[in-house]
Design a protein around this ligand. Sequence first.
Ligand SMILES: NC(=O)c1ccc[n+]([C@@H]2O[C@H](COP(=O)([O-])OP(=O)(O)OC[C@H]3O[C@@H](n4cnc5c(N)ncnc54)[C@H](O)[C@@H]3O)[C@@H](O)[C@H]2O)c1
Ligand SMILES: O=C(O)C[C@H](O)C(=O)O
Length: 308
Amino acid sequence: MKITIVGAGAVGASCAEYIAIKNFASEVMLLDIKEGYAEGKAMDLMQTASLNGFDTKLTGVTSDYSKTAGSDIAVITSGIPRKPGMTREELIGINAGIVKDVSSNLIKHSPNVILMVVSNPMDTMTYLVHKVTGLPKNRIIGMGGALDSARFKYRLAEALEAPISDVDGMVIGGHSDTGMVPLTRHATRNSIKVSEFLSDERLTQVAEDTKVGGATLTKLLGTSAWYAPGAAVSGMVQAIACDQKKMFPCSTFLEGEYGLKDICIGVPVILGKNGIENIVGIDLTDAEKAKIQESAEGVRKTNGLLQF
Ligand SMILES: NC(=O)c1ccc[n+]([C@@H]2O[C@H](COP(=O)([O-])OP(=O)(O)OC[C@H]3O[C@@H](n4cnc5c(N)ncnc54)[C@H](O)[C@@H]3O)[C@@H](O)[C@H]2O)c1
Ligand SMILES: O=C(O)C[C@H](O)C(=O)O
């Protein structure tokens, strides 16, 4: 199993580290345009192998896509991150060009690759990859919902004063400060609905804190987050590499599911060896459906800025 990660910055390196530590891939190739950068990150990570007990071989390369040939999965983290006060949508001007070039280059050398899109604005970048590559939709996966759900569980555990392992919950919709839809009605602590333990006001606060999870970290760090994004990517890559058939909320191209067409947005899917193997339908209330529609309108507005 060969996994390529394009962009050896904060998120790309974190993806590589978590994938290596989980020890399920034979090879991880890091590629960056900054001379020597991917090589350096790969060497540094390789020097953790004996300490962390993994056998995954990490290699780095500067801009040479021939070295990515035969990749089974490629993760696209290349592009600029936001700074405090910015939205993810403001990154489109620079990142669209990068994501378009990178995805075309990857496919040239790995025609059967499954692409995982991380660069922001992620739902729009996933849609762009769908439009420019013509790959089947099961092989284009946007990462956002897995991260947002992890942040939702963090906030739920905080509110419940419970260990995170007691808590379950999922966020669907667009990966944006306003477009996320945390499914508070479905969230549980040990299979009991969290609404049994938390007031409506507290649950609303949990949802709002979840939605601005990325912005909160960006304000604290001066740039956007990388540990939880890397962990989310590694879990999704592992589900594909090990054919785990696990459910994750992912950005995927919809053709009528959830009442939406011609858009990539976060919904629950099953990840296995073919990438997205199934889109899972769940019953939503009218209020939840309205939130998804509103979220989709936001994503469509950003998609409208794309030039193919
Ligand atoms: N979807 C998510 O949940 C999520 C989470 C975190 C970050 N992000 C996004 O991921 C992207 C990367 O964030 P980061 O913090 O790692 O940024 P970073 O600046 O640390 O790293 C980006 C890397 O991409 C490289 N790069 C730029 N253009 C390239 C190209 N054409 N080919 C190859 N490499 C190129 C840069 O040299 C840099 O090393 C940002 O757009 C950020 O918003 C998304
Ligand atoms: O917040 C960002 O800009 C990066 C990423 O999308 C995140 O949610 O951490």
